[in-house]
Unconditional design. Sequence first.
Lengths: 246, 364
Amino acid sequence: MDVIRVENVKTVFGKKVVHDGLFLSVKEREIYGLLGPSGCGKTTLMREMVMLEPIHSGSIYVLGENVAKISEKKAQKLRESWGVLFQFGALFSSLNIAENIARPLVEYTTLSKKTIEEVVAFKLQLVGLKPSDAYLYPSQISGGMKKKAGLARALAMDPKLLFLDEPTSGLDPISAREFDRLILQLRELLGLTIVMVSHDIRSIKDTMDRFAIIDNKKIAYEGDYAGIANAKSDFIDTFFKEENEQ
Amino acid sequence: MERSGGFRIEAQEKGCRIALFGDFDFLALQKFEKRSNALGLDERTVIDCKNVDRLDTIAALFLVELQHKHSLTLANTEKIERTLELARKYPIKELPSKDEGGFIAKIGKEASKKFCFVVAFLNFIGELFVKKVSVFFKPKYFRYKEILFEINQSAIKALGIVALTSFLVGVVIAYQSAVQLKLYGANIFIVDMLGISILRELAPMITAIVIAGRSGSAYTAEIGAMKITEELDAMRTMGFDPFYYLVIPRIVALVVTLPILIFVADISGVLGGMLISNTQLNISFGLFIDRFNEVIALKHFLIGIFKGPFFAFLIATIAIYRGFMVKDDTQSIGKNTTKSVVESIFAVIVCDALFSVIFTNLGV
């Protein structure tokens, strides 16, 4: 079963056509990448998947629901079953880190305070933060920490589907590799399906099962890393060939 | 398709046996957590996870904690064991307790915060003064274009609302006094009353309040947002002093235009009063203006206009200072905008009270 299926999606901003007929599908338990040059609409496509951006035409099915024509009730259920990490964390600035992570659990479950606190302490350590950081506010922490805290919040409910927008950008190389290991481990243990936008060639190589390259409004390539040699596109040539020569 | 998770309690002679099954996630755990408190769990209890398809980390954490507390037995498959392993991996199970300090510490913190605020404000005023003086010697730092832009933004576009507010206040004052004056047959004195009160006090005050709410808040929000997006830092690194580009143009714009706005408020306020005098007290427009000429000295008008630049300086300075005080989070824009409006209106009223005392003592 496809977790996400994008069919003939067209996106238009004013007069500018961003996507012109995209097709792709994400399978269960897959780590799927959205790649492409800056401004090609990777993040826009991801925003369309999570219902933040309207779709001009075509359809996107997420967990079997067409997000363009979904009832509010079903949409709410869908929102509870995924986690989204934004590029800069998008933490709630009025809440500290612990409250940010606990928020979905407090809102959607009846678990006791103690259990929620345990979960928060666990998730903090899982993403590489210290429990002593729990009471810091987003304005008091660095960009990398914001990202880790954002991931902890996205993982708070152990969602089956995770959207990550440039998860390793702005992280130091050690944290970035730890991050790659973490998502591989989570995928294995929790059966996660992960869709991510990334420019990090190491993370593309190490973690992604398959990816789609969006270039010039179309999907230039969809498949795994091994098959990239046969694909033709300016972006693919410069982005992958140089890496392979090294 | 995964089964939704749940649990079954199978009592046995020695302790109880709890079988978990399906997709045992936080939803299933919610019910289990409530029940588990009522069950007498002990070291003979067995929790059987063999039929669990998927265990999420929230449930895993809970089970590990139960095992730790009651030293009960968990019967697992290898896959579940690995999730439990992950849950056991981190030694710290609780968040550290919050250290907020005692009552005295809180008072101390609050006091030092207030003190720092006063020092920072004095600092700002000092810098503003120095930069203002230097601008007169270096006219190229005088940004005419920005000043004109701000005049349009914060004053010309405010003409309508200032005129309307003042007109309505004129109407209200005239209406209320008309009833009283009629009782004494002192109809014509409404001209004296309206003239002095509007020209001298009401028009400057209303204009200042409207501008504080409209343009002052905009200044705070604009500069605050620029601070969050690091635009101010970018300006500084490029050598554009925000004082010359943002602060002085805004202050000059308000100082120049507030007297003009007050003049407009004078006209529309008196107009409102005149209209009501005509309808309620049968004072014709001609009579009203004749009487106005006779009894209202020029000084009242001049005092009203004279207050303008002072009010403008207070509003613009406080608003901009509040903008600079915005910290690196979105909430502080709202907080500082509110404070900016409240503080500048308060400062305007204090300033007006001071003027009242001074002018009365001077006999004007």
